[in-house]
Design a protein around this ligand. Structure first.
Ligand code: ARG
Length: 586
């Protein structure tokens, strides 16, 4: 149910009665609130096909809907726009339906089977800011998709199958000559080595620098990776330990961000499909042999940049990032029956995804009916305008980032004198939630494709367009309802609004379904963030003007409380869709 849908329906019928297409009756929120609350622009395109004057058609439509008690006024503007203002009675009736609908804002379109690929950390590496952005944006898109009623899976797509694995395995061999991992004849149980993600993290850059400098070493790592992929037992056993150690650390990080995945899959998950996939591609004649390598031609007429063939397997039989991504498309389409794949990954991987998607189409792995989209995002920058780093110039670990925002939140709570007298544990929990809200909202309030400045002072503020401001607003609204309840008052049916701030709040609440729909269509959570902020602002205006506890008309008072409850419901929902938790009190 949505107010705009209802209005479009009313106008659509009028167009139909006038012998015109009913889709012309689409009603939108007015761009010019001074002229009307809504507008219908269908008379212009109608005039073209009907060969009549647009103003004449518009007048005809107005005459047909005018008799109604639903419209306070309908006026013509320009060449044939219809400006619409609702009666307060109609607005209240419509919003009462919303108030009674637990599935308000849920999409009426056909449910899709969606998979969101986001997060994407790698073995032996701490998550960095890029993975953080993927996580925050992907999690929000997953939540929105789900709320709209789409069957949605989230996959972490762990980077666990590349050359870094071979490099690390060789390195550990050198450090532990006594261990049996490298003995090809060993048949016993493999020992557990004592290694942490921190150890791997220190080891990784050293090894990778050596491989970059020394061709022989790079070659050894390549062979080790190949043998690992082919199934050499000792390598697989060691790989498993490195995988599990890294994954456990990443899982902890995701948990501290409040993010869950349905699938903890990775590049290695699809390894066993690759051989059969290549066989199928060879049989169907899609791939060609290019000096021993298996490739798919993916260039198209009209290409502006050079599109080299897509490499499915190297001439030595080794697999790459592109190989696992192609096989993963197949797994998602065939085994998981997904029809829309959203890859929330750094914009710098655009070329890679363009190649993978083209290869998936050319090979028939993803038919046209399956949507393949790279949901690109920009970088989170430091004050120097470059991708955010620590003061020493290193990659900021997610855990340290979280401690940093929690501390900033804690300071802000003291400054604003919020939650100071609460028990320590509760206060710490509030600081954690506020810190995460600062981080997530700071990110999600920007369009994902833009680069933004990580400005913790601004993000953690309780004033302005911030996560903490919205949390605080929600908590305050909760306490308004609690206080009313203690005074023996409860929400009742909506009555027609009598003042502008109240009317505006109702109109604002009515926008939810369209906002969610549009956010998902554009895969852009910043629209939800924006709307949540505007809603809080509209609420504050209403609350300043309408003194609920002092109101003498009980019906109006109860209606106002209903409006408060509706606002809280929406705000809670919007914050939840952004992955932001609201404390019980603050
Ligand atoms: N592990 C990759 C990285 O760190 C991101 C994975 C994104 N997902 C994918 N299906 N390629 O860049």
């Amino acid at each position: 149910m949505s107010l705009l849908n209802d209005l479009s329906h009313i106008f659509g019928e009028a167009f139909e009665q006038a012998g015109l297409d009913r889709t012309l009756g689409t009603v939108v929120v007015s761009q010019r609130p001074d002229l009307g609350q809504f507008q219908c622009n269908g008379a212009l395109p109608a005039a073209k096909t009907a060969g009549r004057l647009p103003r004449e058609i518009a007048q005809d439509i107005v005459n047909r809907v005018q008799a109604d008690d639903r419209f306070a006024f309908l006026s013509l503007a320009g060449p044939g726009f219809i400006n619409i203002r609702l009666t307060d009675g109609f607005l209240a009736r419509e919003m009462q339906v919303v108030a009674d609908d637990p599935r308000y804002g849920v999409s009426e379109v056909r449910p899709l089977r969606v998979l969101v690929d986001y997060g994407g950390p790698n073995v032996a590496k701490e998550m960095h800011a890029g993975h953080l952005r993927a996580t925050i944006i992907g999690d929000s898109l997953k939540r929105i998709s789900r709320y709209l009623g789409h069957d949605t899976l989230g996959d972490v797509h762990f980077g666990d199958w590349g050359t870094q694995m071979g490099m690390l395995i060789i390195e550990i061999a050198h450090r532990h000559p006594e261990l049996p991992f490298f003995d090809p004849d060993y048949e016993g149980e493999y020992p557990m080595i004592d290694i942490t993600l921190d150890d791997l993290e220190t080891m990784y850059p050293l090894v990778s620098a050596r491989c970059a400098e020394n061709l022989e070493e790079a070659e050894r790592a390549r062979i080790a990776t190949f043998e690992l992929q082919q199934g050499r037992a000792g390598y697989r056993a060691l790989w498993q330990q490195l995988h599990d150690t890294s994954m456990a650390a990443h899982r902890r990080d995701f948990a501290s961000l409040g993010v869950e995945f349905d699938l903890w899959d990775g590049e290695s998950t699809v390894h066993n499909r690759i051989g059969p996939m290549i066989q199928r591609l060879i049989r169907s004649g899609v791939v060609t042999d290019s000096e021993g390598a298996v490739v798919i031609t993916i260039d198209q007429p009209g290409d502006k940049t050079d599109m080299p063939p897509f490499l499915v397997a190297k001439s030595d039989g080794g697999y790459l990032y592109s190989t696992t991504d192609l096989a993963t498309v197949e797994q998602r389409v065939d085994d998981l029956s997904r029809r829309l794949l959203l890859y929330v990954v750094d914009a710098r991987q655009s070329f890679h995804f363009e190649q993978v998607f083209r290869a998936a189409r050319r090979s028939g792995i993803a038919p046209e009916s399956v949507g393949l989209e790279h949901i690109k995002f920009g970088t989170m920058n430091g004050p120097d305008g470059k991708p955010f780093q620590t003061r020493k110039g290193g990659v900021l670990k997610l855990r340290d980032l979280i401690s940093m925002v929690t501390e900033a939140a804690d300071n802000r709570l003291s400054e604003a004198d919020i939650a100071q007298e609460y028990p320590d544990a509760e206060r710490a929990e509030i600081a954690r939630k506020v810190g995460l809200a600062a981080l997530k909202f700071g990110d999600l309030s920007n369009h994902r494709a833009s680069n933004y400045l990580f400005d913790l002072d601004r993000f953690a503020s309780f004033e302005g367009k911030t996560g903490p401001y919205l949390q605080y607003s929600a908590v305050r609204i909760k306490s308004i309802l609690r206080n009313a309840e203690e005074a023996g008052l409860s929400p009742g049916p909506l009555v027609p609004p009598s003042v502008e701030t109240e009317r505006n709040l109702l109109l604002y609440l009515a926008r939810l379904p369209e906002v969610l729909e549009r956010t998902f269509e554009l895969r852009a959570p910043n629209h939800v963030a924006e709307y949540a902020y505007d809603l809080a602002t509209q609420f504050n205006r209403f609350y300043e003007e309408c003194h609920i506890l002092r109101e003498t008309d009980p019906a109006r008072q109860a209606s106002w409380l209903k409006l408060v409850a509706l606002t809280l419901g929406e705000l809670d929902l919007l914050l939840d869709l952004l992955g932001i938790e609201v404390p019980e009190r603050m």
